[in-house]
Design a protein around this ligand. Sequence first.
Ligand code: FE
Length: 254
Amino acid sequence: MIDIHSHILPGIDDGAQTVEDSIKMAKLAVEEGITKIVATPHHQNGKYTNPKADIIKRVSELNQILQKENIPLEVLPGQETRIYGELIEDIDKGDILPLNHTNYLFIELPSGNIPRYTEQLLFDIQLKGFTPIIVHPERNAGVMENPDKLLNLVKKGSLTQVTAGSITGRFGKKIQKLSMQLIESNMTHFISSDAHNISTRGFHIKESISEIRKEFGEQAIYYFHENSELLIKGQIIYKQEPSAIKRKKFLGIF
Ligand code: FE
């Protein structure tokens, strides 16, 4: 399978710190059934700046190392770009790197809220010819408080990616429940690891797949697998009409 979100490049963000870390992560990825992994280092999140050209160079270096180590994993270039005011200018400057050189672009919201300019910026990104993919919305406080805000962004053309560890409960029950609700209401299009290391922020792909299978059946697994494949080829992904999260009956009363 293909993992579209990871911090496997060494020494450039809060993911792998050394080449040895990257190798350990790569071995674990293979054990998890991953054959291709997109390296998506943080960009402009207040701490890390990783422009396009630099990432491309480092991805090819890591691929050479993995080949030498006989690890059957291919690393593809990507970037996890934090939403910020000058994003459009930086697209024009050539600092922004869509996933595997397609027109799909990772966008990270700050964890505490959804900035007021988000809707406009996501619209402007689409005018530039890119499809924004909002990463781990289930971990954003604004989305948790009011998932309809995410529904609005999805209806207006943004895609979303839920993190495997959120589905397995690594970030708590509330985030786990919201993740399942986002799947149920067709508000998410991709599942990926966002792996940072092999201990505290690992892959959890297999475990998340079995959780999704239990809840939504084989069809859902197929849907997410297909979408990751289509994404890295730059093809049109599958979407289903998103809907508001259903409120469950409480004591038989809505
Ligand atoms: Fe990430």
